[in-house]
Design a binder for this molecule. Structure first.
Ligand code: NOJ
Length: 557
């Protein structure tokens, strides 16, 4: 494909597994590693190249695993390290690479490092975290020691928790040692101090531990939070109400990420290992900095969240694609695309219809960059409604974490009859289960499979160049090209039909999002005029919210 074969992540499709909600094999209502292993055939059938496993490490689960109490083991809830090894071995045998979640910004407050750090100001681990004295009177402090009037600064943590309207401070008072500790997320997630070289070395060892076990790379949690302004100054008042984790982007982060890159790139055994980082900052211009420079590379890939905030609107989407195309054209800055994950409402819920979710899948899988599919989006799952009092996540993200229904039976393929830890998503007993959609050739599931197969067979779609093509209002159209291979993609964001002018030549429908036979689908509600062998010259008609991928069926210009 004209690219270094070792950079497999450029042409890969990555599937995110949220282990708590994928499949329960043990019968306790929480998904586990064995449940994932039993369903690897689903990933292989779908055609993905890699999976990213959200945390399965020992954890008190205050943040459902993102509060890590031991970076180098498996929580008994999820299984054993032997089961992890079996999962990796079987995934590799199926040609699926494995990424694990690396959580470097914080540990659990139950991690032995923090237990030691808070035991005494003299602990050898004290400087592994951020500690500050009470704000003195001269600096505006007031009230008794450890009271809100004496917080070291105005930073807020990330989650309001139930029954609170504002975000709590990013500091918690430690009574025993008489100082505050910093946590950009929950109080149960104290921030590590990456200015301390011992922290950097201990965390590099964590990367080596998992590479020794055969993982192919890492999804790096909240990576933009690692660098801190050492003076820990107050935020300006217009940013004061935001979680500190959404604005923290200090330049000291970049050498830290560069050093992590060296650990990963330095791993001697093939295949090359990679890091994709979560950079939860507002725009692509901030995200691109985390790729580093050609001489000082940082992340291999970075998540850009801005598209997950885009409404179903061609102007908004075009602006976000333009940002990426303008800023991420250099060889060391390959983009990523994702529509949903375990922290954001699902795009099927955000966009409000199957037709739009199907068209959005075409965006995800045909824009220039590495796509990440979040478990269940291939079924068109919506967020589960969470009954009053049923909320368990301090960040209110339960709906998008609902369990995957494997079949239409009462237990939906989960073991044991125990009720899962969250309610089933809508339609679990109807058309939304894996089994139901496997049996329906024009289901969302088959659409994802066809799109992934189309990418795999086309260098243009997987790693080729990108260029906009003229399109009528409401439609975005673009071309992808690699050498002589070319694809034309059109997405209608409007709910009315649109005629799209095609580049010269004869074109054949490769994948379409409509409902019937023919171009992978006929139109929703429109005339099903296209047979499987249909070709087009001059123009093609799209139904409302329809998307189409076309390949040359004869000479093009
Ligand atoms: C981002 C993770 O995706 C989210 O689930 C978690 O709560 C925070 N980082 C803190 O680790």
């Amino acid at each position: 494909m004209g690219d270094q074969p070792s950079r497999w992540w450029k042409s890969a499709v990555v599937y995110q597994v949220y282990p708590r909600s994928f499949c329960d094999a043990s019968g306790d209502g929480v998904g586990d590693l064995e449940g994932i292993r039993r369903h690897l055939d689903h990933l292989a059938w779908l055609g993905v190249d890699a999976m990213w496993l959200s945390p399965f490490y020992p954890s008190p689960m205050a943040d459902f695993g993102y509060d890590v109490a031991d970076h180098c083991d498996v929580d008994p809830l999820f299984g054993t390290i032997e089961e992890f090894d079996a999962l990796v071995a079987q995934a590799h045998a199926l040609g699926i690479k494995v990424l694990v979640d690396f959580v470097p910004n914080h540990t659990s407050d139950q991690h032995p490092w923090f237990v030691s750090a808070r035991s005494s100001r003299d602990s050898p681990r004290r400087g592994w975290y951020w500690w500050r004295d009470d704000r003195p009177d001269e600096a505006g402090g007031s009230g008794p020691p450890g009271s809100e009037g004496r917080l070291p600064n105005n930073w807020r943590s990330a989650f309001a928790g139930a029954g609170r309207s504002s975000l709590p401070p990013a500091w918690t008072w430690d009574e025993r040692t008489g100082q505050w500790y910093l946590h950009q997320f929950l109080a149960e997630q104290p921030d590590l101090n990456w200015g301390n070289p011992e922290v950097a070395e201990a965390m590099a060892e964590v990367l080596r531990f998992w590479m020794r076990r055969g993982v192919d790379g890492f999804r790096v949690d909240a990576i933009h939070c690692l660098g801190k302004d050492p003076g820990l100054p107050d935020l300006p008042s217009h940013l004061e109400a935001l979680p500190r984790s959404a604005t923290n982007d200090h330049p000291s982060v970049h050498p830290v990420v560069g050093a992590l890159r060296q650990v990963v790139d330095g791993w001697p055994e093939p295949p090359a290992r990679m890091m994709v980082g979560e950079v939860f900052l507002p725009g692509a211009e901030q995200v691109v900095a985390y790729y580093g420079t050609p001489d000082a590379p940082e992340l291999h890939l970075a998540f850009n969240f801005s598209p997950t905030f885009a409404p179903w609107d061609p102007v908004e989407w075009r602006r976000r694609v333009d940002e990426v195309e303008t800023l991420m054209g250099a060889a060391h800055t390959w983009p990523t695309w994702f529509l949903s994950n375990h922290d954001r409402p699902r795009h099927r819920s955000r966009y409000g219809s199957d037709a739009r979710a199907r068209a959005a899948a075409v965006l995800l899988l045909t824009l220039r960059g590495t796509p990440f599919v979040y478990q269940g989006e291939e079924l068109g799952l919506e967020d589960a409604p969470i009954p009053a009092g049923g909320r368990v996540d301090p960040g209110g993200r339960d709906g998008c974490r609902a369990p995957i229904p494997w079949d239409g039976s009462g237990g939906h393929g989960w073991a044991g009859g125990a009720r899962p830890w969250l309610p089933w998503p809508p339609g679990a007993g109807g058309g939304r289960s894996v089994a139901a959609q496997r049996a329906e050739p024009f289901s969302m599931l088959h659409l994802y499979r066809r799109l992934i197969a189309a990418r795999r067979s086309s260098p243009a779609l997987s790693t080729g160049s990108f260029a906009w093509r003229p399109a009528p209002g409401g439609v975005l159209a673009w071309a992808r090209r690699a050498g002589s291979d070319e694809r034309f993609v059109a997405v209608n964001f409007a709910d009315r039909p649109a005629r799209v002018v095609l580049p010269a030549g004869t074109w054949a429908a490769e994948v379409g999002t409509g409902a019937g036979a023919g171009r992978g689908a006929a139109t929703f509600g429109g005339a099903a005029t296209f047979g499987g062998a249909a070709t087009f010259e001059g123009a093609v008609d799209l139904a409302g919210d329809e998307a189409l991928v076309l390949r040359p069926a004869g000479p093009t210009r």
